[in-house]
Design a binder for this molecule. Sequence first.
Ligand code: NOJ
Length: 713
Amino acid sequence: MESKNAAYIARAKEILAQMTLEEKVAQMVQVPYAMVGREEALRWAKLGAGSFLHVLGDDAREVQQAACSTRLGIPVIFGIDAVRGHALNDHATVFPTQLACACTWDREIAREMGRVTAREVATDGLHWTFSPLLCLSRDTRWGRVNETFGEDPYLTGELAAAIIEGYQGDSLDDEESILACAKHYYAYGEAVGARDACDSEITYRKAREVFLPPFKKAVDAGCASFMTAYGSIDGTPLTIDRHSLKDILRDEMGFEGFVVTDWDNMSSLVKQQFVAEDTDEAARLAAEAGNDMIMTSVAFYDSAVKLVREGRLDEAVIDEAVLHILTIKAKMGLFEHPEKKGRPGCFGCAEHMDAALRTAQRSITLLRNDGVLPIAPSCKKIAVIGANADDVRAQYGDWTYFTHPLPDPDHVPVRPYTTIREGVEELAKAKGASCVYARGCGPIASDEDDLPSAVEAAKGADVIVYVVGDVVSQVGEGKDRADLSLSGRQTELFRQLRALNIPLVTVLCASKPLAMGDAAEQADAVVVAFNGGATGGKAVAQALFGEINPSGRLPISFPRHSGQVPVYYNQLPGWHKLVDKQKYCDLPETPLYVFGEGLSYTDFAYENMTFDPQTMKASVQVSNTGARAGLETVQVYFRDLVSSVMTPVKNLIAYKQVELAPGETKTVEIKLERMDFALVNRREERVVEPGEFMLMVGHSSKDADLLTVKFAL
Ligand code: NOJ
């Protein structure tokens, strides 16, 4: 079958035929601008380097001019980590993190986030975002949980496809479209002990069952590039895993874009993973395995040229890689227009800030509410306590201009933002209530901590909003946590506030699920905001006061204790139950909050579920039994009751969101496919094994929230 890209491939081949070996190898090099500096970057542009990363605006334009004035004038593509808006640029719109976005479960929200990001990135003269991240957060001690769509392969794949469509638009040569990059291929989030970049002790069968499906959806959505993971699977670094990069990604999945390594992956083969003697061997292994572009390890250039000249690396390997890169450059229309126009003036414009606010609002997830929320009009004094209530850096979290490309905690924000404190103050004022704020303490113990003043400030309040969480020094690459409990003196302060016997709401402003302990279990209400970006504080305040009805659902489970991790919902069965009531002898076996959970200011009831295995149609009646309009996420899970390999106790296979007015009932129909019920057998084939299955439909992944029917296939 002819490739959809045939015309672009033909164009790329014409250019390739004119290139010297040096020019070809240079196309495979991606230069880190912020690390090498301007002079060196311009030298690389004149050598014909194919790509640069971490360079913005006019600096990028200068590099592009240098590239375009070379013999063949092949334009450069600029890559950037625009993973939650174009947030490395301090003029751009800072969205909530990918994890917060996942709380919305909303494909349209993800698509819009992608579209807005693309527009701002393109307006900055750049072409490519290293997003989305499709690793699963199953061991939440990992430092990069905030960058994921949570723990579930199905939800991750759905939101990934949507955000990719947003980035890439209808056509890559659109002025406002950029390249997406599915990363990190693959099982990077599964490293043993959540140790960043370590080995993943999984099999290819397990990979096909759990970790590869989101990447397949990315390929099907037309994702133009893939990034290889730092890590290894069963001792083979992904950087040299030809089976994964060629047989699975290209031959099976049908990927036609180009593959870039992650940061210095090639050098890691020598310096960290010890599978290559020297840079030459590493360059050969990385190229032969199917990496088309080498991020940061610029030594690749000399090594690859030498290897080909000495007959140690087949030039055809280089040609194939360069063809992949040039094909995408042609598809983007770069040879005609090296720079995209984007939409001048769009940075942080009202339309984009609205989109960020919508994402933040829809991400707010209410996990407990003994009736204290929404804050009643009779509340005249509100106490907001906790450093994260008024810390824009903590609210932003990772991957903004505060943290990358080089950490810059003192950066003065250009665009307006609203912290939780500011959001609550503004709404309190509008409602004629007063608001006091005290820092109390932050996630990292410091001399500034002052618990007595915070307790004093809270006295006499009608409600306390206590904001807990983490800060950027606890988040990101190289910041895995062994202990997920609330750090610093946050629990101590919670207990002192609780002792005041004032209604108490805990808000989590953090990068990931923390083991919140008393701060969750003894609070009157718990609200999860994760890192909400520029408008995050406003969205939290609106939820607290009931201006919006929270509709977030957890894309990830919360442990009660670090030692319980992993607590993802779709575990294999078989855990022995030796003690009568529980499987751990010192803790309940259940997570504190589980995947799919989330309350609102109304209630939903499920009835009359049916499933017809002939037509594959499921249906259920959902009613809003409360007094407010609300948005429900109808979740569909299944279990294969007896199978040749063990299968998870339940797996999400579909969901649908439905708006319901008070008292309204809707019949929700969901069409499934036979292959939704597949497993991966011991021969690594995806098959549906005949037998009995259980379909489960309801409000969350909790058994108590699900209606079930058994059926046979
Ligand atoms: C390393 C990270 O692992 C990856 O996610 C990121 O895109 C690259 N660095 C580029 O900054």
